[in-house]
Write a protein that binds this ligand. Structure first.
Ligand code: SF4
Ligand code: SF4
Length: 129
């Protein structure tokens, strides 16, 4: 799901995790403020953040060149098997910075990213009912 945002437009994240596990199978990693697009970038990142060694390359986005990773810490029950030690990208997911990197939430995700204005509009409409 892609959204286009004006620069500095505030966003809201609504909803919650429904433990489908799909984000742990379709990760985009950020290095120096940009999505990882090559094996060498990934290897440098692993040296700085050893936990990233649990991420495995699965595919490449044809349009943007981003590499998608899956995580071997995901259990067959779709829960993280190393929850206490999960890295910041997992702790902070979904991040409000996602639109900055043209990031997307999977359509199946229980979270949704929306512009704040839309959120306020929806809230006002709900309050009227
Ligand atoms: S994709 Fe969304 S709903 Fe599925 S596990 Fe990740 S955060 Fe939860
Ligand atoms: S560390 Fe846990 S939460 Fe993070 S990607 Fe792996 S399985 Fe998912």
């Amino acid at each position: 799901m892609f959204f286009s945002f004006k620069k500095k437009e505030e966003i809201k994240i609504i909803g919650g995790c429904i433990t489908c596990g799909k984000c742990c199978r379709n990760l985009i990693l950020i290095s120096k403020g940009k999505p990882v697009k090559s094996l060498s970038q990934f290897e440098k990142l692993v040296k700085k953040k050893p936990f990233y060694n649990h991420f495995n390359m699965v595919s490449k986005d044809k349009e943007h060149g981003y590499i998608y990773f899956s995580c071997d810490k995901l259990g067959s029950d779709n829960f993280c098997s190393d929850y206490e030690n999960r890295p910041d990208i997992c702790r902070n997911f979904p991040s409000k910075n996602m639109p900055k990197y043209k990031g997307k939430l999977l359509p199946e995700c229980g979270y949704k990213i929306i512009p704040s204005k839309s959120f306020d509009k929806i809230l006002k409409e709900k309050m009227k009912k």
